[in-house]
Design a protein around this ligand. Sequence first.
Ligand SMILES: C[S@@+](CC[C@H](N)C(=O)[O-])C[C@H]1O[C@@H](n2cnc3c(N)ncnc32)[C@H](O)[C@@H]1O
Length: 294
Amino acid sequence: MNENTKKDMGASTEAIEHHYGTGNDYFQLWLDQTMTYSCAMWDADDPEQTLDAAQLRKIDYHIEQARVRDGQRVLDIGCGWGGVLNRLVTTNNVESATGLTLSESQMDWIEDKNNDPRIEVELKSWEDHRAADGDYDAIISIGAFEHFAKLGLDSDEKVRVYRNFFKKCHGWLRSRGWMSLQTVAYGNSLQKDFDQFIAKEIFPETDTPRLFELAKGADRLFEVVCLRNDRDDYRRTLRAWYSNLKKHRDQAVALKGETESRKFEQYLRLMAYMFEVGGLDLHRVTLRKIDVPR
Ligand SMILES: C[S@@+](CC[C@H](N)C(=O)[O-])C[C@H]1O[C@@H](n2cnc3c(N)ncnc32)[C@H](O)[C@@H]1O
């Protein structure tokens, strides 16, 4: 596999839409106000903290880690329903906030809710995004890296995909630019990898990285400035989503039926357990572009 033949190494558009296309109104029942669909950042000393507050705290953490300043150009890879893009224009006064997603329903949502001309969304994989060298001051990517390598690839193949991703980001970033990345990874506490139910029913074609694969992908391209494993934050987030979904169960069943709702409940409970026991980790990684020739 060479650099130019890496297409289809990650989850396909159809596989992404299988999950994210479940329906905006369905996700709205149990996500927070910003429609953020990734691990929140909780204050461990505040058991009363709301999901909304913890999601905003997470968004601001990544914006801060990416050292975003007034008037900058920022890329959000895997922008979901646009929570980060929205925050970048309303609070951080960026020149432009570009988002990439593979989900049409997410893109429609962003275009519908935001009329800020600084926000631009592309229905495109990172593999197909085109930007000039050094075009972005900062890159943020939250909860998308998990989809970049397809289930079935061996570890070396996964590393090659991640390396291709980091090479692209390296090119798009200005000299010494910053990147803030959040991803689920296999933990070291369980020997078994992704649960078949999750792989088949919930996130088809998706395989999670191991930390060393991510690090090998970024090696000599990016300096790792900060690395956190906040797996308990994901346990708490999944519990909050589950409890919201239970609260709105009648509406959920009316929208998607009993079987689909049960499937989602099972997925949220199982994932919470996986984070609790360390079968899965949640990494937040701050990276800085290395300028020296590779
Ligand atoms: C779990 S959601 C996270 C969304 C958002 N970052 C958040 O925190 O709410 C994963 C996102 O990654 C996007 N995605 C998956 N594979 C992608 C790819 N190859 N290129 C760009 N985006 C991708 C999906 O379309 C979706 O928007």
